[in-house]
Design a protein. Structure first.
Length: 90
């Protein structure tokens, strides 16, 4: 993952996605009231490339087949601006 050189550090959070609801499932860093995130990371520079490793969500039933996830992005600090994050999924 990378960000533009002039960008402030950005947080990346991986959450579950529901096919039935056709939307992301909100999650927090460590629960307990929303779902717990699958992974979290901070991209601090254009040269950094942290890897986030996580297990895709399992199937819940025949409608929710599992394997779907969503990505959330935000600046690390409240006074910073949101910046684009380049993500490579493999």
């Amino acid at each position: 993952m990378t960000i533009p050189r002039e960008a402030a550090p950005q947080i990346v959070r991986v959450c579950e996605y529901s096919l039935v609801l056709a939307t992301s499932i909100p999650c927090t860093y460590d629960g307990p009231y929303n779902g717990k995130s699958l992974a979290n990371g901070v991209v601090v520079s254009a040269d950094s490339s942290p890897a986030l490793t996580f297990v895709c969500p399992p199937a819940l039933d025949h409608n929710e087949r599992g394997g779907n996830f969503s990505l959330y992005f935000a600046p690390l600090l409240p006074e910073d601006s949101l910046a684009p994050v380049n993500v490579k999924i493999s």
